[in-house]
Write a protein of this length. Structure first.
Length: 352
């Protein structure tokens, strides 16, 4: 068996970044994987459930998390560390521990919250990037943001997230002809624009009374979103369904996937939806324009008339459904597991 790969990331909950890890593990049976999750387990579900992986956890408090990260890296410093969006401090700790073979995957575009944070984090990044680090980004957009905000002189390869084409494919799930079902799937956190999603759902239901809406996922905003639905008296047509392992079945029986996120570095869920044959209506983020390159019909325009734009898309759903088949063929080539694994194997070999 080849040398051990140590995944290092912040959370084991099922987010877009984390759901990539089981796919890599399953498709590299000749490799041995371990995981260090920097924050203590606090999510109901872990991406490592039923995975043949040894997992160590850090702490939800910074000082213990720093210490545990350092100790873990010292113990495994001769192995390959594949780290995901851990930031400059944890990256620097792993380097101080003596680890030489480090792959840093960039899965984000926000690096600070204010001007003070900008100067502190840019300084820390310059130190953390000293020496050898292989940098990989999950989109051209996240790559360009890192070059613009952090360091314009580093080399960054783009490696799109892989999507399981066997799992995410059109099925025979029954769709109702009496109503339109619009869904969201993902974390219920800030930045996903879910309060606006619910407002939009209420507006759409008023215009198209037969429309229903379902929200899948868990997160810190769940109580507030439930309260918002109650205040709108929308519980009859907007339902929160929680986490689903068989989300592909949800995609298949849905008529549209509405994605109104404020910022993203990628978008697993929109690709999954299209691969299952379900049209997507998405906010005009740079990465969404990158994903739907050549197919602007799925992307909303900038402007204050967002709700009206979504309504128009739903009224033209037949056209989007036909176009989805074309987009699906494009996605099969661009986001295949085989292509991702082939590229990742090359990167691992270069680091050993």
């Amino acid at each position: 068996m080849s040398e051990n790969i140590h995944f290092t990331h912040l959370s084991s909950g099922p987010g877009g970044l984390e759901l990539l890890l089981p796919v890599v593990i399953k498709n590299m049976p000749d490799r041995s994987f371990s995981a260090f999750v920097i924050r203590s387990r606090h999510m109901k579900h872990s991406v490592y459930e039923d995975m043949p992986v040894t997992i160590k956890y850090g702490s939800n408090r910074n000082i213990p998390a720093y210490f545990k990260t350092l100790m873990y890296a010292i113990k495994n410093r001769r192995s390959v560390f594949h780290v995901f969006n851990i930031g400059p401090v944890f990256l620097l700790l792993i380097k101080l521990a003596g680890a030489k073979n480090i792959i840093y995957s960039i899965h984000g575009t926000i690096y600070w919250k204010n001007r003070f944070g900008k100067w502190i984090f840019r300084f820390l990044w310059q130190i953390a990037l000293l020496g050898k680090t292989t940098l990989v980004a999950n989109s051209q957009y996240s790559r360009n943001e890192f070059l613009k905000k952090i360091n314009s002189r580093v080399n960054i390869r783009v490696l799109y997230n892989p999507i399981d084409l066997n799992r995410f494919s059109p099925g025979k799930t029954f769709k109702s002809n009496r109503e339109i079902l619009v869904i969201y799937s993902g974390r219920l956190e800030k930045g996903k624009n879910l309060p606006l999603w619910i407002e939009t759902a209420a507006y759409l239901h008023e215009k198209i009374p037969g429309t229903r809406f379902e929200i899948y996922g868990e997160g810190s905003l769940k109580p507030l979103l439930q309260q918002q639905i109650a205040e709108l008296k929308a519980g009859d047509y907007i339902q929160m369904k929680g986490f689903r392992k068989d989300i592909e079945d949800v995609y298949r029986r849905s008529d549209a996937f509405l994605f109104l996120s404020e910022y993203e570095s990628f978008g697993n869920v929109v690709i999954e939806s299209v691969l299952c044959g379900t049209p997507v209506i998405t906010s005009p983020l740079p990465v969404m324009k990158e994903i739907f390159d050549g197919y602007p019909q799925f992307v909303l325009r900038e402007g204050k008339d967002l709700k009206e734009q979504v309504l128009l898309k739903l009224l033209q759903l037949d056209q989007l459904e036909k176009l989805t088949n074309c987009v699906r063929e494009s996605f099969i080539k661009r986001f295949s597991v085989e292509g991702h694994i082939k590229s990742l194997r090359k990167i691992y070999s270069e680091c050993e």
